[in-house]
Design a protein around this ligand. Structure first.
Ligand code: NAD
Ligand code: MG
Length: 381
């Protein structure tokens, strides 16, 4: 028997957002609201197709433009971060999928949780920056964070039916290794944004593609796993797996290891987060292991890619240090994409944040203040 959920989709114009609409269409889920930053053309077409009652643009000029363009439709267009938060908290919603990139997704996540909505979370920066605050808010409102990130979806799927005493020894995140697997630091000094944007297995937004090239993405995912699964960082391992077929694994105290496999297609974890706890047919292709033949595994190279250890250290420091590292990384990736800093400078700038003392994390304002300060430090060079 199928079940329908009314969906609010934040970040609908991006890589995850467009795939989520694909999934929602196949599932027959009604779309209540769509949001984006500036991509007016894309969201206008989405509104004409999916007929949501609400839309919002975080950029105010884009909101005014969109409003004029869809004046013939019964859709209310809101604007700014407040508009996004209002839609994240829509009382009629059954699930909110957050596919925004960056810490801009944190306030909408908090708004959705506080309104009592389950959040299907692609926006990993929410958990990296907001950590304990976000998980405590979900708990306090009796709602779930449903992972969309493929590794965390894999762990979440492996944990279904786990005994109450889960006796988990560790979780093992798989990493593709990105476009620069096997390279040395010297070879990476002069790589350009175009080189770094060529990911071998996944077609994603620019920011996460650069994060995959620096392996910061795996560091952010380590922090994400710490909060989603309440696992101390020393129980989270990373293994490089070039084929991206095993999406992650868990190991119990008796050394039994469980894994989730599939072709690299984000529509599988997106759909599971939306239909959870049900499973229904997917448009994604079937996995044929015989066709793939060989799966390979390597230790991560923490010398060429220090971002993973950096994120581990940020977690150990705690408080708003992970928020600062995340913000510095966002700012540095933007500079790299503009050609203003080198590839190795990205992680170096994020690492510099740990030379400062960061305050405790007691409120959303604490996170946002650390985020602002870290960005200023990066801008100052
Ligand atoms: P993307 O850049 O393709 O899309 C980002 C979306 O967020 C767009 O709709 C954009 O309009 C919106 N947005 C951008 N800046 C905003 C702002 N300041 N305020 C509000 N909205 C804003 O990104 P993506 O690749 O779809 O990634 C989205 C999130 O999902 C990221 O956190 C990423 O790490 C995570 N994720 C992505 C993938 C993937 O395959 N793309 C996989 C796992 C996790
Ligand atoms: Mg991932």
């Amino acid at each position: 028997m199928s079940e329908t959920k009314r969906l609010v989709l934040l970040g609908s114009t991006g890589s995850i957002g467009t795939q989520a609409l694909d999934v929602a269409e196949k599932l027959g889920y009604p779309v209540l609201a769509l949001t984006a930053h500036r991509q007016v053309d894309v969201i206008e077409a989405q509104i004409r197709k999916f007929r949501p009652r609400y839309a919002a643009m975080s950029d105010k000029n884009a909101a005014a433009d969109l409003k004029a363009r869809v004046a013939d439709l019964p859709v209310t267009v809101l604007s700014g971060a407040e508009g996004l938060c209002e839609l994240a908290a829509l009382p009629e919603a059954d699930v909110v999928l957050n596919a925004i990139v960056g810490v801009a997704g944190l306030r909408p996540t908090m708004a959705a949780l506080t309104a009592g909505h389950d959040v299907a979370l692609a926006n990993k920066e929410t958990l990296v920056a907001g950590g304990a605050l976000v998980t405590e808010t979900a708990k306090a409102h009796g709602v779930r964070l449903l992972p969309v990130d493929s590794e965390h979806s894999a762990i979440f799927q492996c944990l279904q039916g786990a005994p109450v005493e889960r006796a988990l020894k560790r979780v093992i995140l798989t990493a593709s290794g990105g476009p620069f697997f096997g390279k040395t630091r010297e070879q990476l000094a002069d790589v350009t944004a175009a080189d770094a944007l060529r990911h071998p297995n996944w077609d994603m937004g620019a920011k996460i593609t650069i994060d995959s090239a620096t392996m910061m993405n795996k560091g952010l995912e380590l922090i994400e796993a710490r909060w989603l699964f309440d696992m101390p960082p020393e129980k989270i391992d990373i293994v490089v797996h070039r084929e991206s077929i095993i999406h992650s694994l868990i190991e119990y105290d008796d050394n039994a290891v469980l894994a989730q496999l599939g072709l690299p297609d984000m529509r599988i974890p997106i759909q599971y987060a939306l239909t959870y706890p049900r499973r229904v047919a997917s448009p994604a292709e079937t996995l044929s292991l015989a066709e793939i033949g060989t799966l390979t595994f390597f230790e991560p190279d923490n010398v060429t890619f220090p971002a993973m250890d950096l994120c581990r250290r940020a977690l150990t420091v705690g408080g708003t240090a992970p928020a600062a590292v995340n913000a510095a990384n966002e700012a540095a990736v933007a500079l790299f994409l503009k050609g203003e800093i080198g590839f190795l400078d990205i992680t170096a700038k994020a690492a510099r944040m740990l030379a400062y003392t960061w305050p405790a994390l007691n409120s959303l304002d604490d996170v946002l203040a650390a985020d602002r300060e870290a960005r200023e430090l990066v801008q100052k060079g």
